[in-house]
Design a protein around this ligand. Sequence first.
Ligand code: SF4
Ligand code: SF4
Length: 202
Amino acid sequence: MRPAPATVQEVHVSHGEHPANPTLADGIRRATGVNAARCYQCGKCSAGCPMASEMSLRPHDILRLIQQDRKEQLLAGDAIWLCLTCETCTARCPNEVDPARVIDALREISLGDPEAAAAPRKIRAFHESFLKQIRRSGRIFEFGLVAGYKMRSGALFDDVSSAPGLLRRGKLPLTPKRIRAIPEIRRIFEFCQAAGNEAEEP
Ligand code: SF4
Ligand code: SF4
């Protein structure tokens, strides 16, 4: 369902930081450097989004709700979790807004907000398993990703029949290969964690 149009009173466009009463747009701007107020709702992001037909909120709807500081409505649905991070929206935006980055920040805000609706279990399980693999090895280790996903999601026996064939063809290595720049990867995670914490601060 598309969000109801806001009344004039509800519209709260963030043009600058409000230290005493920070808005969601302020938090997004601190975490990502993206100023949501720059979005002028042209819809080019949504027109190119491969997931738009599946999402209850399209990328330009998400930017609009941020401008209106409607955090609860924004985090209540599954739209931010269906984004593929393909960055088509970001490439198409004529005004240097970065919807893909904004959506990623919203996921982190949602995970850190006890009042936000829980992410769909399977999507959250994949998100966490994926990040854990990148943090640990700097790249995806498919076997670890699948094992972590299954443990977190409870989908223990989904697709198990495809495992023997993948193992036989060497498509599912049993040991991870680490990249050399692991310290840099860890620093990126620490930086993002610190930025996320800062964005959540009142
Ligand atoms: S990054 Fe997400 S929101 Fe943007 S076009 Fe891709 S799927 Fe759609
Ligand atoms: S393309 Fe950019 S300016 Fe246009 S609606 Fe999307 S985010 Fe806003």
